[in-house]
Design a protein around this ligand. Structure first.
Ligand code: UD1
Length: 390
């Protein structure tokens, strides 16, 4: 039996994306809101934090994301400028659309900026991927996570440890809900559509007769400011990648921040090897294919630690800590930091067949967005019912 439609007086859910990792998380949520009965009306707001074809457009196409209803076009800037611009431009959007709630994902500057604006205007905020903590406050994302979770109304988590982290910070348990991992919803929905690695390499202009991946290859991504913004960190990391490439050919998808810094620090020579294929930032389906076919992944990304765990591919994370500990405890992830000896040792172990196999964590089952839509719709309906009787 069809239930009553969503009352138009209750306003849409404003779904906010800003940077690349947000897109993967939002795609299944938008689909689940549309598939819910009754349909939960949603508007997609893009802050414009990422804007390039490589960082933005290709992912929208791959993930079948609708074009944003509203684009704030903030672009790049310092943290203060970027955060402030998002806030300034988001406020009139809230005034114009009277949303029933704002839904934010992840931990980028856009996540915190929109949360701050909404909460101060009395609009409830739902945060997807809440409660993750690296306990490293020098990471800009950690600040964004802690502050967003303190003030958002609904906190949807990907792993149980996130609930404990929130409780530790004094967050009332009634606000937090363990729903699973929407990024894995995207992965499972797109697994069969992944682009074969050879195809992505060919598209990137790599000559496959010279760069032979028949015996396996590693995938590399690197973009954290702590790894790439200082020559003293980036130089040795590139040198060890070069060393690893002598054992295993490497496919390096280069983030714009990293590309700029390699040029700025005159480190391009480290990368000029027949056994290192440099590609631009990859689309979602290309990266999925590259990761799925890889012998190992070397990264400082947050999301790829989870994606490799879901794919069962060993991941060496070039960070001192992770906000996603389940990928270490249950998955395929190992922290290697910038310790060059550890990196080489772990690569050798994987090549010797001793890589972690792991298992897929609880509720990483492709249905997290469905659970979020069901919970959010119920919560909003109860809230509106309360407001109507007041
Ligand atoms: C941001 C997120 C980070 C996320 C990453 C994924 C914050 C604090 N950081 O970092 O959590 O893991 O996105 O990529 O929100 N640039 C382009 N084209 C673009 C976007 C950026 O060339 O489309 C360049 C600009 O030079 C810019 C730099 O990349 O200054 C950094 O972009 P920014 O959005 O500030 O941070 P990311 O390093 O991408």
């Amino acid at each position: 039996m069809k239930r009553d439609p969503w009352p138009s007086a209750h306003g849409p859910v404003l779904c906010v994306v800003g940077a690349r990792p947000n897109f993967t998380k939002m795609a299944p949520i938008l689909r689940a809101l549309a598939a819910h009965d009754p349909v939960v009306p949603a508007l997609l707001v893009h802050t414009g934090q990422h804007y390039d074809a490589d960082m933005n457009d290709r992912l929208f196409v791959d993930l079948k994301l609708p074009l944003p209803d509203i684009n704030l076009e903030v672009g790049s800037g310092t943290h203060a400028v970027q955060t402030a611009e998002v806030m300034r431009r988001f406020e009139p959007v809230l005034d114009a659309h009277s949303p029933s709630c704002v839904l934010v994902v992840g931990d980028v500057n856009s996540t915190l900026a929109c949360t701050l604006v909404a909460v101060k205007k009395g609009v409830p905020v739902a945060h997807v991927e809440a409660g993750l903590r690296s306990f490293d406050r020098s990471m800009p994302e950690e600040i964004n996570r802690v502050l967003t979770d303190q003030i958002a109304d609904l906190l949807y988590t990907t792993e149980r440890v996130a609930l404990a982290n929130l409780a530790q910070e004094g967050v009332d348990a009634s606000r937090a809900h363990f729903v699973g991992n929407v990024m894995i919803d995207s992965l499972l929905a797109n697994r069969k559509l992944a682009i074969p690695p050879e195809e992505s390499l060919r598209r990137g202009g790599i000559d496959l007769t010279a760069f032979d991946i028949a015996q396996g290859y590693g995938v590399v991504t690197l973009h954290r400011p702590s790894n790439v913004d200082h020559e003293a960190a980036l130089g040795p990391l590139l040198a060890v990648l070069r060393e690893v490439s002598e054992r295993l050919p490497l496919v390096f998808a280069l983030h714009p921040r990293t590309r700029t810094n390699i040029e700025r620090f005159a480190l391009t020579a480290h990368m000029s090897s027949k056994r290192i294929a440099i590609l631009p930032p990859q689309g979602y389906l290309e990266m999925l294919g590259l990761m799925a076919g890889a012998t190992l992944v070397l990264t400082d990304s947050g999301g790829m630690q989870e994606e490799t765990t879901a794919l069962g591919v060993p991941c060496l994370t070039m960070r001192e800590n992770t906000e996603r500990p389940i990928t270490i405890e249950q998955g395929t992830n190992t922290l290697v930091g910038r310790d060059v000896d550890a990196i080489v040792r772990e690569v050798d172990a994987i090549l010797a067949g001793k890589g972690k196999r792991g298992r897929v964590p609880e509720l990483w089952d492709g249905r997290a967005a469905e659970r979020i839509a069901a919970h959010l719709a119920g919560w909003l309906a109860r809230r509106h019912a309360r407001m109507d009787t007041e």
